[in-house]
Design a protein around this ligand. Sequence first.
Ligand code: MN
Length: 338
Amino acid sequence: VTKAAVKKNDSMADIAAALREAGSILLFPHILMDGDAIGSAAALCLSLRAAGHESWVVIEDQIAANLAFLAHGTCLRVEEAAKRFPHGADLSLCIDCGEESRFPARQELYRAGRRSVCLDHHPTSAGIADLNYIDPAAAATGEIVYDLLTAGGLPLDRTTAGCLFAAIATDTGNFTYSNTTSRSHEITVALMDCGIDVNAICVQLYESIPLAKLRLEAAVFAELELIADGRAAIAAVTREMLQRCGARMEDTDGLVERMRSLRGVQIAVLLKEVDAECIKAAMRAKTHGDVAAIACRHGGGGHVKAAGCTLHDNLAAVRSLLGREVEEALAGAPEDGD
Ligand SMILES: [Mn+2]
């Protein structure tokens, strides 16, 4: 169900040529940017600027506090970008996503681009652009960007390399997830040879969290529920919790992975109450279970072990629906998992 149809990718050389021909290039990462989305987008933007292009990362929501250092002045809000590029850019490039629903408030500006490119590693990515490079075997879009910079002879300085390192480190769970390959490490070696300070980047990523985020984690985990005989964990972030903790929805980054880290848990589901009838579900699988299949059923997408979707119903209804589907997905999985 979740295996993406084989896609005809365009070559790195063709994509590099399209970039060379474009004076202005706008980048469109997905909403609720993770480290890979902002890291790979900022890296490509910085490199394009260094090569003489006018380039911006167009955003529509806030950057999580621990990722803001990766922006390096590349990010422009969509309202401002639409003013500066009233007829779109020479090239629109969606990055770390492959569906327009992943950048809902930026679709118009994306479509206004004279040409489009998609760089992504999500297997559910549909290849929506004129030129597509979608590689589900890449652990992070950051790896694809690295290959593109290399193939296109684009500049890679220390700052750009740091963004790519952050992209790869975060999407591989610091090189621990099953998506991690020898290629992930090889690229990291090349990035380290650019002089990046790995420890300084990791301190920013992981050891600079705001107190509000820690308080939010405590509130969410206090109400976490184990289902499917302890093989799944489900929890919700409500608007009331955000308000009480002084936190933002972006502060939920990393929570669902923490839930998955529970002993015996195979699938973790974190529900985010955007409003009374709009619930975003972030799902993670450990060894068993395919959360992309569940997400796809509800119009979402992602990877087998990391996927998400949006449901238009109240929190209680979504909680029981996804709870049932997770139980079904785990039917037949070994009792104690690993
Ligand atoms: Mn990614």
